[in-house]
Design a protein around this ligand. Structure first.
Ligand code: ADP
Length: 190
């Protein structure tokens, strides 16, 4: 079992690299942002609840996210492992993830953290907003809020894994394939 947390600020390239990792290592993709957008598209109660937070650039409450992730993990069978993308985003989520993985006799193999300067993040999200259709990508104030929320609430999660000796940082600026090569060499060393 290979369970990887792909970590980084909004616009760091987690979705792009996740696709390459899944293809190369045959892992199950668990993106909480994608799951919320799916619920929203289907008009579920959970989707409507999440929308209130996503539209503001705020985090969806921990208990809501954790319940959704628990459901996805429990309902996935015959997996070689997970790539967690956009989760955990708070220390409470990281603790809950450790507990639920333990229940399934699993653990996090390592965290790969993509590092990208804020100015580049803002540019990338603006570009993505032109085609993604995501309203949270199209409003500069919301983007600012998301980056600030990342700094205040999500960055401590890197320390959580650092304390477990599981943090691997890489430069997220450069060619997609070159970044993927670096990610692969970390995954291969786990
Ligand atoms: P990005 O990382 O580019 O901002 P995501 O697709 O990962 O985009 O997340 C979009 C939004 O979904 C976030 O701004 C937040 O409101 C919500 N969200 C996603 N994952 C989580 C999470 N683990 N905890 C709380 N909120 C989340």
């Amino acid at each position: 079992m290979l369970n990887i947390v792909l970590f980084g600020p909004p616009g760091a390239g987690k979705g792009t690299q996740s696709e390459k990792i899944i293809a190369a290592y045959d892992l199950t993709h668990l993106s909480t942002g994608d799951l919320f957008r799916k619920h929203l598209g289907e008009g579920t109660e959970l989707g409507l609840l999440a929308k209130k937070y996503m539209d503001q650039g705020h985090l969806v409450p921990d208990e809501v996210v954790i319940k959704m992730v628990e459901h996805k993990i429990s309902s996935t069978t015959h997996s070689k492992g997970f790539i967690f993308d956009g989760f955990p985003r708070t220390t409470a989520q990281a603790e809950a993830l450790d507990a639920m993985l333990q229940e399934h006799d699993m653990h996090i193999s390592g965290m790969v953290a993509l590092e990208v300067p804020q100015e580049i993040l803002k540019e990338r999200i603006k570009e993505r907003g032109k085609t993604s259709g995501r309203s949270d990508d199209q409003d500069e104030e919301k983007v600012k809020t998301r980056i600030q929320v990342y700094v205040d609430e999500t960055l401590p999660v890197a320390n959580y894994y650092k304390n477990q000796g599981k943090l691997h940082q890489i430069n997220g600026v450069g060619k997609i394939d070159e970044i993927f090569t670096q990610i692969s060499s970390i995954i291969d060393s786990l």
